[in-house]
Every structure is written in C-alpha cells, then in structure tokens.
Design a protein around this ligand. Sequence first.
Ligand SMILES: NC(=O)c1ccc[n+]([C@@H]2O[C@H](COP(=O)([O-])OP(=O)(O)OC[C@H]3O[C@@H](n4cnc5c(N)ncnc54)[C@H](OP(=O)(O)O)[C@@H]3O)[C@@H](O)[C@H]2O)c1
Length: 225
Amino acid sequence: MNILVTGANRGLGLAFASHYLHQGDQVWACYRSDPGALIELNTASLHLVQWDVRQMPAAETLAKLPQAIDIVINNAGIYGPAKMAGQSLDNIEPETMLDVFDINCVGALRVVQAVKDRVIKSRGIIANISSKMGSSGDNGSGGCYAYRASKAALVIISKSMAVDLKPQGVRVITLHPGWVRTDMTAHTGEIDARESVNGMCKVINQIDEYEPGAFVAWDEELVPY
Ligand SMILES: NC(=O)c1ccc[n+]([C@@H]2O[C@H](COP(=O)([O-])OP(=O)(O)OC[C@H]3O[C@@H](n4cnc5c(N)ncnc54)[C@H](OP(=O)(O)O)[C@@H]3O)[C@@H](O)[C@H]2O)c1
C-alpha cells in the first residue's frame, strides 16, 4: 500500500511511518522542516517529503507523491501554549486560537484538498488524528481553548469529508490516540506511541465496521462528540 503521513519526524507520526514500513508498505513521510529521526529509518520504501501543513504543497512537493494513495494519516498537530498559562479563559489570545486552528484543522483540510484525487484513485482511507480534548461530551475540565476548539473543528470537517467522499469510495475516520508519551505530553502519557499506533491501525483496518466519519479511540471505543 501507499501511505502518506504528516508530521512524521517524531512522536505518533514517526510511529505510524515505522508501523507501515514494518508491514512492507511504501511510506511518504512528511515533515515540517527537519526530517529528524526519519533519517535513521533508512529504507528504500521510505520517501521523505518536506510539507508544512500551513501551506498548500508546492508543485515539486506534489510531484514527489504517488498517483494513488491508499491511506492518508493527517497527524501533524500542535498543542499551543501551556494549558494554564496560555489557554485559560483570561489568557487565550485570538492569534493563538488562529495559529492552532490553522495547523490542527485547516492543515488537515489542505492535505485532503491537495491529495484527494489520488485517494479516490485507490478508493482509499483518510484518518484524521483529533483528540478527546475536542469532544464536548468528554470535556469536564474546561480551559485549553485553542487546542480543544481546533480538535473539535477537525471532528466536524472529518465528518463532512466522510460524507462528501463516500460516493467515490473513500472512507474517512477520526481517531483519538489516547494519552500518549510524546513531546506533546512531555512524555507524561499512559501509553507509548507504538501501542497507540498499533491500536489506531487496527481501527483503520476495520474501518468498514464504523459509520462514515466516526470518532474512534485507539482502543476501538467510540468517542462521544
Ligand atoms: N500525545 C497525545 O497524547 C495525543 C493525544 C491526542 C491527540 N494527539 C494528536 O496526535 C498528533 C501527533 O501528536 P504527538 O503526540 O506525536 O505530538 P508531537 O510529538 O508534538 O509531534 C507533532 C508533530 O506534528 C508536526 N507538526 C507541527 N506543526 C506542523 C506543521 N505546521 N506542518 C507539518 N507538521 C507539523 C511536528 O513537526 P516538527 O517536529 O517540525 O514540529 C511533529 O512531527 C497531533 O495531532 C496531536 O494533537 C496526541
């Protein structure tokens, strides 16, 4: 299979790239500016692509991608400023809201706009990595305005993509990785990236068991919106 992963140079993105390479797939691993640990993977099945999701890809970037893509993992994301310091009701700044939204939500939309014809060609899958933090039903602690709003918005655009692309045979799912030990959580999570990715890839494999645009956690549980 041909797999495209954004934000693949560390954390969950790197674990996705490793997972699919290990499975024998071709992986187009996109990185914002520094390929980082991807360099160490060093295999002919790995294709490095510089792509900052704040922008539509340049023609040279698109030329590096395969004509048919089986799975797109929209993984690139940022948390933004620390929860209490920068994302409290008193401290949140409009610029922060927009910056986080641009990467976490509009970024995934840009990626899909840029590659959807290639996903349609293989009647493939788009997996958008959101977070339980974007669930209204799961929000018992408040705060985190920018991150929560961006991830909630990703859930709803993911649902629209699922509806819009269903007639062309493309399946779309929204995933919650769990609380994972990566840079984003300062390595304070409950599970490691490999465990999370194994779980999410299992969900992707059984995507036809879910409604289009379903919001599903790494452990196969449905996430309340
Ligand atoms: N860890 C968790 O517990 C958890 C829970 C729920 C959801 N998530 C979501 O899972 C995804 C991966 O998170 P993670 O924990 O692996 O975080 P991470 O370790 O902080 O990695 C984030 C990745 O996104 C990339 N990125 C950031 N801005 C980008 C941009 N403008 N263009 C392209 N790539 C960009 C980063 O690239 P650089 O290295 O260049 O900055 C990095 O590769 C995120 O969407 C996150 O919100 C994580």
